[in-house]
Ligand binder design. Structure first.
Ligand code: GAP
Length: 435
């Protein structure tokens, strides 16, 4: 497997329509990115894979889609108004801004100018709700999806009638006014999270914490992340966030080095306890089997969609020499690949194209399909390899006689011949989920 630079990934993403700089015709807008036709499919597939393993195949997790704007007291109760801040320094000469913990000494890493004293900077985006822009109308864009889950604990528990232990899962946008965004989509100010809050009985929290560490590592492994690029890092006591009893990061070896992909935390009863206190509502759980009432503890696996997407791209990128120079292959897990099948007529002659269009129409209701009839077949295979399409279906002159087509496998490059009436079943079998 090739080691790949961030520049190569950024350029592939731009060239093939995975990710574009946002507002590009206006010169871009710092650290904001738009997902193109292939990127949006990859992103949907990652979210689908997460939802499937965290919600669909389990009987102890239900979903939620809470709003981004929430009551401002939520962020006081959660501790974000007081504690969600980074120390920031400014360069007195070039005016560039840095996180104080990321620069050594008091000289600007950019121009060598003198830096200001460190000031605390709250990372939440502030906005105003309604026409009057005063203190009373301040609201925040949520900096994590988690709080939407905590404030809905009673609603979800009562309506779903789930008993502890159970979890609530959510995927959605979060916003942080990061001082130093960067490394492509690794750290941005607008991003998506996939979060599970798993509520357990106090005393069972440690066992569940370890359970979720293992589950989440396995999720990345099952989706093809190579073991040598994945590791678990336990936080030291000093490093723990204000709400956390224990935290570990799942880290991935990105082109810029090891960095956090997902955080798994034992949040204890901090969040439900604080929301009980600030809202005046009793957010506790009554265990009707033991007759006990308690505030559940929470284990939280919290992953970034965009970071996972970057990791899956870096992990999948491969190059190998071939007759034309270099063959670039994205060895994406087939369930993540943007297109599952490419339909390729061997030539542009009308009877072949006609049959190829029929095959395309046959497949479209079942799979994400792309169609390509330009340039040589070798070139077209390379184009599909480069975007990770697991299967190419080729329609050749013999297809007109035997009503069969060839399926080519991206990774083995092996080809099998399949009658057209059996094509949907064969591909469905090849593209079946394996949990
Ligand atoms: N609710 C807990 C929480 O939000 P976090 O470690 O701050 O924990 C969880 O964030 C995940 O969200 C991270 O592991 C990362 O994947 C993603 N994430 C956080 N900040 C991000 C940013 N600025 N850009 C992209 N992803 C980010």
């Amino acid at each position: 497997m090739a080691d790949v630079s961030m520049d190569t990934i950024v350029s592939l993403c731009k060239r093939r329509g995975f990710i574009f700089p946002s507002s590009e015709i206006y010169g871009g807008f710092g650290s904001t990115w738009d997902y193109g036709p292939l990127g949006v499919e990859l992103k949907r597939n990652i979210k689908e894979a997460w939802w499937r393993s965290m919600v669909q195949v389990r009987n102890d997790v239900v979903g939620l889609d809470a709003s981004i704007l929430m009551h401002p007291t939520v962020w006081v109760a959660s501790g974000h108004v007081a504690s969600f801040q980074d120390p920031m320094v400014d360069c007195k000469v070039c005016k560039q801004r840095f996180r104080a913990d990321e620069v050594a000494g008091n000289r600007c890493p950019n121009c060598g100018g003198e830096l200001t004293e460190a000031r605390m900077f709250n990372l939440m985006f502030k906005t105003f709700v309604g026409p009057v822009e005063d203190e009373a109308s301040v609201a925040y864009l949520r900096p994590e999806t988690a709080q939407g889950i905590f404030v809905n604990f009673l609603n979800v528990q009562m309506t779903s009638r789930k008993k502890i232990p159970f979890g609530i899962a959510q995927i959605g946008k979060a916003f942080r006014n990061e001082i130093t965004p960067g490394n492509f989509i690794f750290r941005t100010r607008e991003f998506e999270q996939m979060e599970l809050e798993f509520f357990v009985k106090p005393g069972t929290d440690e066992a569940w914490y370890h359970y979720w560490l293992e589950e989440r590592m396995n999720w990345y492994r099952r989706l093809g992340i190579r073991p040598e690029r994945l590791r678990l890092r336990h936080h030291s006591r000093e490093e723990l966030a204000h709400y956390s009893r224990a935290t570990a990061d799942i880290e991935f070896l990105f082109p810029m080095g090891w960095a956090e992909l997902e955080g798994i935390a034992n949040r204890g009863d901090y969040d439900l306890g604080r929301h009980s206190q600030f809202s005046g509502r009793d957010i506790s759980y009554f265990d009707d089997e033991t007759g006990e009432r308690y505030i559940p503890y929470v284990i939280e696996p919290s992953a970034g969609v965009d970071r996972s997407l970057l990791a899956f791209l870096v992990n999948a990128y491969d190059e190998e020499p071939d007759k034309e120079g270099v063959r670039v292959v994205l060895r994406l897990h087939k369930m993540l690949a943007p297109y599952k099948v490419a339909v390729l007529p061997l030539s542009k002659r009308p009877p072949l194209v006609e049959l190829a269009r029929k095959v395309e129409a046959l497949l479209r209701p079942h799979f994400m399909v792309t169609y390509d009839d330009t340039q040589s077949i070798g070139r077209r295979y390379r184009r599909q390899d480069e975007i990770g399409t697991p299967y190419c279906v080729t329609i050749d002159f013999q297809s007109l006689e035997d009503n069969a087509v060839t399926i080519r496998d991206r990774d083995t490059m092996e080809q099998i011949r399949v009658p057209i009436p059996e094509l949907v079943d064969t591909l469905s079998h090849m593209l079946k989920w394996e949990d």
